[in-house]
Design a protein around this ligand. Structure first.
Ligand code: RP5
Length: 271
């Protein structure tokens, strides 16, 4: 059964709020945990932000759970989530914290992640799959260059947009440079394969708000397309580089699992 670790222990990111201890056997909401009294925390930094929901119970906030709510997608890739006392419940289980933390939406917060890959030939002539990783400004961890799906946006579009913002610094690029990328990347981005859609074990998750993603693999088999680009970190990224996919890589949230499924897919297709 799916469980979570990175959103279950320690102090909530960018706060001093300690998560309530949730042992492995008490993660599931189906298991009684009489003493469970987590703190309620919603970061003051998100209040009033255009991308953030109002508080539950606010007079004009009538969310439509488990469905499209205007152009906000409140459906989960995990199936129908429960609502308890008006609050959506994390489909994986307890996280040791109530509220929304730093996440904008109650319930699922939808993201998309690009896994851009190419082969490297090592000194023993062995092929090693590499992917483009960014270093996150918030935690300093290496991660996929993904981001939040804007209201009404398709996840595949988000994945391509975020790749250009975080790995090529498109937000600060000149118009002619962006046009050159557009021409080079147009066909490449059409080759995207959906690898995963579902829950992310993100350190920002709470009992009532959590991250979900759709991850796409864009593979540059010859290394002559993205393999030739100058990578340049932008937006929320403070570093970017090609990283070998090896068993010991350590990545943000559950990105390692996503990257490993890409590796398995490529290894199987070589057989
Ligand atoms: C992760 O957070 C997702 O997999 C995605 O990579 C990322 C989106 O959040 P921001 O990078 O926009 O903070 O859960």
């Amino acid at each position: 059964m799916l469980t979570h670790f990175k959103c279950r222990f320690g102090v909530y990111p960018r706060s001093n709020v300690e998560r309530y201890f949730v042992p492995d056997d008490k993660v599931s909401w189906d298991v009684e945990y009489k003493d469970y009294t987590p703190q309620n925390y919603t970061s003051p930094a998100i209040k009033g932000k255009p991308w953030a929901d109002p508080e539950i119970g606010s007079p004009n906030f009538k969310p439509i759970w488990n469905d499209d709510d205007g152009n906000v997608d409140r459906k989960s890739h995990m199936g129908v989530y429960k609502i308890l006392d008006g609050y959506p419940l994390n489909p994986v289980g307890r996280t040791g914290i109530h509220g929304r933390g730093t996440l904008g939406r109650w319930g699922p917060n939808h993201a998309a992640d690009p896994i851009v890959t190419k082969w490297k030939i090592d000194k023993n002539n062995k092929k090693i799959l590499q992917f483009i990783a960014i270093k996150r400004r918030d935690t300093g961890e290496w991660a996929l260059p993904g981001g939040m799906v804007d209201p009404g946006e398709k996840a595949a579009t988000t994945a391509m947009r975020e790749f250009q913002e975080e790995a090529l610094n498109s937000l600060e690029a000149m118009q002619d440079e962006k046009e050159a990328w557009r021409v080079k990347l147009k066909d490449f981005f059409r080759t995207g394969i959906e690898i995963y859609s579902g829950y992310v074990d993100d350190p920002r998750n709470t009992d009532n708000a959590w991250m979900e993603t759709v991850a796409y693999n864009f593979h540059d088999d010859t290394g002559f397309i993205v393999g030739q680009f100058n990578l340049n970190a932008g937006d929320d990224a403070i570093g970017v580089c090609w990283v070998d996919i090896t068993p010991d890589i350590n990545l943000y949230a559950s990105h390692k699992d996503i990257v490993n499924s890409v590796l398995q897919r490529h290894l199987e297709s070589k057989k």
